[in-house]
Each structure stands twice: as structure tokens, then as C-alpha cells.
Design a protein around this ligand. Structure first.
Ligand code: ZN
Length: 287
């Protein structure tokens, strides 16, 4: 099953059809996608029985918003791909390296990225959307807590991320629109092989990241087990599971986003999103 947030309305994508869930369900389910994760099992049972030929299905293309616009928590994982840890010159982590992106950074898949400085970088990531409250979940049960997967960009101001004697990642990774996600949420059953998803990122026409989920240091079930051992995950929460090699920080010479760049991020079986990069007049007061 594939769902999306089209013009602020929960939309079920079925074949080529776009089905307005609130309308077809007679308002049994509301139009806000953020409310559906609290009723995930009930919703998926209803959605499985939907007839795609129903007249409520349309094929209009709308303004597309984030698949989980108001998560309570957004957790990021650092150095979680073998090749990315290598390009960063770091040993492989022995425990997941967790940070947060503040939820206000979440944006839709078409959002523009406004540059906060001269060292803003890209990171294509597979993003997990939680579908059931999860506390002390074993890795064997982890998939039952997941609503689905989507594409994300963990945009990072490297200067801010790495400043100070004890760098704190969260601020420099949480600026407005620094967490675009989408364009759809795809349920786990839709994937043939979750360990072989191809993650790609282009800047303009140049392919800069070309990785595979098989290169993850900690798998999605291992991350859920580790995080939920001490932190309760809630429906709609997001986990940015890490980025493969090819970020600007790891290049020689280093390279960062500039005004007019176009970032395209894609993952097998989910789709792609495109974000334009814009200059901003003046720097942030705090920086
Ligand atoms: Zn990241």
C-alpha cells in the first residue's frame, strides 16, 4: 500500500488512481495524514478492501506534503553505512549513534532548501515511519511497529553541526526545511528485498550518492530494538536511518550546496523527490 499527503489530504495511491480517503470512507477517517498513524491497523484493514475503480478515485496531481507532517520525535542515525563511515575517516560504530532532527524541520518532497551558510550538505536516507507505539520491542517484532518507509534528505549545515568542543548535531540538522520527506509512504509488504534497496542522490545531473540498504551497519530492526529499549516510539515518529557515501563533506576538495542546485533523491520501490536550493539574504543571527 502507498499513501501520500496531497494538498493536505490523506490519499491512497492505488494503481494509477489517487483516492481521497476521507471522502471514500465517508469521513470515517479524516483528511489529515498525521492522524492516521494512531489508527494504523484499522486503516490498513479498510484500505486493503478499497476498490480502485470506485468513482471517488481521481488521477489529479496535487501539491504534495510530507507523509508524516507532525511526528513527536525524529531520530537520526550517524555513520550507519559502511562506506560512509569510511569516507568520514571513522571506525564503524559499535552502538547506533543517535541524534535528533527537531520535528519543525519536516517539509514536503518539493520543499525548497534555503542555504544557511557555505557548508550545507546533502544526505539521502531511507526513513522509517512508525505505525504503532513501540517500547522494548525486540528486533524480531520490529517490523510490526512500522507503518512504512519513505525517502528523506538529512540536510546538514556542517559548520554548525561540527562546531564546539563537543559537537551537537541537532541544531545544524534542524533548520527550516532541512528534513524534506516523501513523496509517498510505502508499506513494508510492497518491497521484494528490503536489504537491497538502492539509494541515489543527484546534484543537478551528477550522481553523487549511489548506495544500498545492504550496506547498513545497524539494520532497521536492530535500530528499533536499540531505540525502543529506552525511548518509547509513537505512531508517526520518524527514524532517518543514515546515509551512504558521497556527501560533500567527504569529497576532496569538499563541496557544498550552492544557489540554484537541484537535489534529487530516490530509493527503489518508493520514488524520488526534488528539492531546489536557494540562497538566503544574510546569515542566521546565531551563526
Ligand atoms: Zn544523516
Amino acid at each position: 500500500m502507498r499513501i501520500a499527503n496531497h494538498a493536505g489530504r490523506l490519499t491512497l495511491l492505488h494503481g494509477g488512481a489517487e483516492i481521497d480517503v476521507a471522502r471514500l470512507s465517508g469521513e470515517r477517517f479524516g483528511h489529515r495524514i498525521e492522524d492516521i498513524f494512531e489508527r494504523w491497523e484499522e486503516f490498513t484493514a479498510w484500505a486493503a478492501a478499497v476498490n480502485p475503480d470506485h468513482p471517488a478515485a481521481s488521477s489529479g496531481t496535487a501539491d504534495v506534503g510530507p507523509v508524516s507532517p507532525r511526528p513527536r520525535q525524529v531520530i537520526g542515525v550517524g555513520l550507519n553505512y559502511v562506506d560512509h563511515a569510511r569516507e568520514a575517516g571513522s571506525p564503524l560504530p559499535t552502538v547506533p549513534l543517535l541524534f535528533t532532527k527537531f520535528p519543525s524541520a519536516i517539509a514536503g518532497p518539493d520543499a525548497d532548501v534555503e542555504l544557511s551558510g557555505d557548508s550545507v550538505d546533502w544526505e539521502v536516507e531511507l526513513v522509517v515511519v512508525i505505525g504503532r507505539e513501540a517500547a522494548r520491542v525486540s528486533k524480531d517484532d520490529a517490523w510490526s511497529c512500522i507503518a512504512g518507509l519513505t525517502v528523506g534528505q538529512d540536510i546538514s549545515d556542517r559548520e554548525v553541526q561540527l562546531q564546539g568542543s563537543t559537537p551537537q548535531y541537532s541544531f545544524g540538522k534542524s533548520f527550516r526545511n532541512y528534513a524534506p520527506i516523501g513523496p509517498v509512504l510505502v508499506t513494508p509488504d510492497e518491497f521484494e528485498d528490503l536489504d537491497r534497496l538502492s539509494l541515489k542522490c543527484w546534484i543537478g545531473d551528477e550522481l553523487v550518492q549511489d548506495g544500498t540498504s545492504g550496506d547498513l551497519v545497524f539494520s532497521i530492526p536492530e535500530l528499533i530494538e536499540y531505540i525502543s529499549s529506552e525511548v518509547t516510539l509513537y505512531p508517526g515518529d520518524l527514524i532517518f536511518t543514515g546515509t551512504p557515501a558521497g556527501v560533500g563533506l567527504g569529497m576532496t576538495p569538499q563541496r557544498f550546496l550552492t544557489d540554484g542546485d537541484v537535489i534529487t533523491s530516490s530509493i527503489t520501490g518508493i520514488g524520488s523527490m526534488t528539492n531546489k536550493v536557494r540562497a538566503r539574504a544574510g546569515k542566521v543571527g546565531a551563526l
